[in-house]
Design a protein around this ligand. Sequence first.
Ligand code: XLS
Ligand code: NI
Ligand code: NI
Length: 446
Amino acid sequence: MSNNAKVVLGDKEYFKGIPKIEFEGKQSKNLMAFKWYDEHKLVAGKTMKEHFRFAIAYWHSFCGTGGDPFGPGTKNFPWTTTADPYQNATDKMDAAFEFITKIGAPFYCFHDFDLIEEGGNLIESKKRLDFITDYALEKQKASGVKLLWGTANLFSNPRYMNGAGTNPDFEVVAYAGAQVRNALDATIKLGGENYVFWGGREGYMSLLNTDMKRELDNFAQFLHLAKDYARAQGFKGNFFIEPKPAEPSKHQYDFDAATVIGFLNKYDLADDFKLNLEVNHATLAGHTFTHELQVAVDNNMLGSIDANRGDYQNGWDTDQFPNNVNELVEALLVLLPAKGFLGGGVNFDAKTRRNSTDLEDLFYAHIGGMDAFAKALLVANDILENSPYLSLREKRYNSFDAGKGKDFTEGKLSLQDLSEFAAQHGEPKQRSAQQELFENIINQYL
Ligand code: XLS
Ligand code: NI
Ligand code: NI
């Protein structure tokens, strides 16, 4: 069955010769087709489309031309050809919606100034955003593509070099507030389902010149103002904080899932704010992605994910497209039983390599990422439904299911009771954790 997306073009076709990408199955040799991602396929009661809610990241796919500290961009995007920011923004949006509808993703995500270049002052910036969001509204209507989340870029402009909401200077905090207000307006206008805060400069380069407590208190205050404003405008979606331990700052306050959950609870923000977890941010924090997912799920805080992967030999956010099915199976073994995201989906916060310079590469990258998730979903579901995986894990805890173990769980025992029990039973019998057996189950179902 063909996917539902309707290809929406502007005045011209940017990805010429590339048709709408269809599901053709594993036996297909067509490189421009899905082998595993069939948006209609039902898995554990939901279609693949509903499970993932895939979103395309505006910044990487349509803005980033591949510049790095050692050289300029390499990608000659045919939609950034004029000096007029308005024309550029319109062309870029035509290209974006052409791509999004050809790949068949139901959602997209943006930073305010991915859509259109920031103006010289707040008034001009607001005017530009009003213009481009009018156009985005038309494009969304024509295509059925929806906005998964919007956000404000509070890290690129030099004014934010010392932070935005955590800046030691109130003038900068206020400016950031104005920018967030406009980004919230844009998100709400476009029916955005969520709103993200990622704090690349909300942290420090040196603790010597930093009053961490004051910055965190201010940050919480800032988030409260943003939330109150959006709620007053009728925004019903979730706010997400996206943890990352470092880069560009030496230390970022939203270090990892556990740190952010502690922060949200401390400052009374946990009802409105959930987490947007990114794979490569987890690994930078010294965790597996699965660990971060589990922390979020266990705290009922899993809002959304930014899909990508890091490089195990590099210590930074390489934002490569996901392709490791084995690791994704482990992630889905956490996600599937959790029954989905709190409002979010799977956003490809990933970029093609600097030397992947063909327009086709953007398609291969997303096809690969979507297929990897789809295949992992099938495997994870098979494991959960047909293997002894869950029961083996439960069995490790069965001493708490009855008798004194159960009494302990229910708070019925004292430390004195534990002593008596231990005295009666003596040295506990050794019980294997069977790690290799658990690992084998994944390979068996791959
Ligand atoms: C950067 C972040 C960023 C957020 C949105 O590392 O992943 O892209 O997702 O601001
Ligand atoms: Ni991200
Ligand atoms: Ni990132």
